[in-house]
Design a protein around this ligand. Structure first.
Ligand code: ZN
Length: 585
């Protein structure tokens, strides 16, 4: 054999090794199997060939959702006993909290096989009258109970977040469930449970107005892939007469227009990054709804449309919502669709609140369109509960925000945007803080941890007063991100600064705000950041092996697999050459 061929083969072997090590993380999750599935005979059923008596229309269901619960008990052994002995309760997995001698903190215990149904959600595909109950139910979900009391702050420890996230990642890979907040939900976000009457802290308890389950942290740990590379956002703006009133030093409609204009500038920058496409549409509603601008990526046109808005007449929120939905409903599933409603008051003409919830809101829900709502103005004038209900039943992808000022309103739009595009980074939000920015004196905004394999990092810094703050961003090696930094796009206007970094280095980044001008005392500011994991849009079902009580998933990284494939082809060619040289072919 010629020496050149050996060299060729050696290079290929090196490439192959590189391919296998480039991702470096073959995920492994330890799962304790308990107990013998026979224990559950009569209480679970095979979701593929159902024999469950509770539903009339039974078909073959696949796993489409992962639902997280809190057990609302102190100890794990107690929860396990309950699931073993209560004929009406079972769960696929329990994540232990380590508060008893048997199960250690973060230990994962499997009680029902993935292929079987566990009785934990309380939702069947159809109700007793035969109507469909909503997208999530017993037959298409895998349920995970985290041991602890969600009504206590800090009930889910970091270790528990980590092992639950590892389990969710594994289940998503195994069953081809997209790793996003549309498919990974809390029990309190599922259909029937989402109604205020039945809603309970599961897993999101309320302590001082904050959810005790940190979804942002959790989704960051899951490392899901939710690139939202193509989005369509319809801004549904309240233009009723009351929007013409003065509020917090400005006319409401003018503040709303200013916030929307800034939002459009923000989206325009996002649209400049490669491989993305973001459209904006504008609907105004007063006594009736008006299509001000059909979906477009002509941002100058979008801004003109916003400027043309003026306040008049009554508040017909239902009509506005319907028209907003109409703009996005024809778009395919590859485009993430958002309808963001801004309102300063109660709907007082057209559809009633109940009709809105059971009509367009339910319709959006079924069509997987995310609804966001923003209340603007005096809290006494808006029905917060109603606006929250429009946003919350939508399976995690919609948000409700309250804005007391024009600046808050802009912040609300940006917050919604970051949540829509990816995983919001914890440790950076500083909403409502005020400072007296001194020229040349940096304001530290915190450090953020960026996981590996992110397609994009985006950070927005907004401020309330005249003047300019510079967004200073330092990568893990301490290098400042400037316009010459590879993959970076920096934008600054009189109201906000925005940085978009493609393929950001994994590690700890530092964020600061530097006042370039002197600014008034009590200037308010906010900083928010999000990351978009790279690679493929959805988790592909990947091979998963179980050896003993350890389950292994192959690394879900397209680059790795592409390299492996190329290497195998090259090796085949090399072998063929080798064999033909030796006269064996
Ligand atoms: Zn539950």
């Amino acid at each position: 054999m010629k020496r050149a061929n050996w060299q060729f083969v050696a290079v290929l072997l090196f490439l192959l090794c590189a391919a296998f090590t480039s991702d470096g993380s073959t995920s492994t999750v330890a799962i304790t199997q308990l107990p013998d599935p026979d224990t559950y005979r009569g209480r679970t059923c095979d979701r593929r060939s159902l024999g469950c008596p509770q539903t009339t229309h039974q078909q073959n269901y696949s796993v489409q959702y992962i639902v997280i619960h809190g057990t609302d008990g102190d100890r794990t052994d107690g929860a396990i006993t309950e699931f073993l002995t209560n004929r009406n309760k079972s769960t696929h997995y329990v994540v232990a909290n380590g508060r008893d001698p048997i199960y250690s903190e973060g230990q994962i215990i499997q009680m029902v096989q993935d292929e079987d149904t566990a009785w934990t959600l309380g939702i069947w595909p159809t109700n007793s009258v035969g109507d469909t109950t909503g997208p999530v139910h017993h037959f298409n979900s895998i349920n995970i109970e985290i041991a602890g009391r969600p009504n206590q702050a800090g009930w889910c420890t970091e270790k528990m977040y980590q092992s639950t996230a590892a389990l969710v990642r594994l289940l998503c890979q195994k069953h081809g469930v997209p790793m996003d907040r549309v498919h990974i939900l809390g029990h309190d976000e599922c259909g029937l449970m989402a109604s205020p009457k039945k809603a309970k802290a599961d897993p999101c308890g309320n302590v001082l107005g904050r959810c005790t389950f940190d979804w942002d942290l959790f989704m960051q740990l899951v490392g899901g892939v939710e690139p939202a590379a193509r989005t369509a956002t319809v801004l549904v703006m309240d233009t009723s007469g009351s929007m013409g009133y003065r509020w917090q030093g400005g006319v409401k409609i003018e503040s709303a227009k200013e916030a929307a204009l800034q939002f459009i500038y923000h989206v325009e920058q996002e649209n400049l990054t490669q491989g993305t496409e973001h459209w904006i549409g504008v609907v105004g509603f007063s006594s009736d709804a008006h299509l001000i601008l059909p979906l477009t990526n002509n941002y100058a046109k979008a801004r003109s449309a916003i400027i043309s808005l003026h306040a008049t007449n009554a508040t017909n929120l239902g009509a506005g919502l319907l028209m907003g939905l109409e703009q996005v409903s024809h778009l395919g599933g590859e485009v993430q669709r958002y309808v963001t409603i801004l309102s300063d008051g109660n709907t007082n003409t057209g559809l009633s609140k109940d009709e809105i919830l059971s009509g367009p809101v339910a319709q959006a829900h079924r069509a997987r369109i995310c609804l966001n709502t923003v209340a603007f103005g005096d809290k006494n004038d808006v029905d917060e509960d109603f606006l929250r209900r429009i946003a919350s039943p939508l399976l995690g992808c919609g948000r409700y925000e309250y804005a007391a000022t024009g600046f808050d309103l802009f912040a609300a739009y940006i917050k919604i945007r970051h949540h829509a595009l990816g995983q919001v980074i914890s440790g950076l939000s500083s909403f409502g803080r005020s400072v007296t920015p001194l020229m040349g004196q940096s304001i530290p905004l915190g450090t953020i941890s960026i996981p590996s394999d992110q397609r994009e990092l985006q950070i927005t810094l907004g401020w309330s007063e005249q003047g300019t703050l510079q967004l200073k961003l330092y990568d893990p090696s301490g290098r400042q991100v400037t316009s010459s930094y590879s993959g970076a796009r920096l934008h600054s206007s009189g109201q906000f600064a925005q940085a978009i970094v493609a393929s950001p280095q994994a590690g700890i980044w530092r964020v600061e705000a530097l006042p370039l001008t002197s600014m008034p005392q009590g200037t308010k500011y906010f900083a928010i950041g999000s990351t978009r994991p790279g690679g493929i849009a959805f988790a592909l079902p990947l091979p998963v092996f179980t050896i003993g009580d350890r389950t292994f998933a192959l690394p879900g990284n397209m680059r790795t697999w592409a390299l492996v494939l190329v290497s195998f082809v090259c090796i085949a060619v090399g072998l063929w050459q080798l064999l033909s040289d030796a006269g064996l072919l």
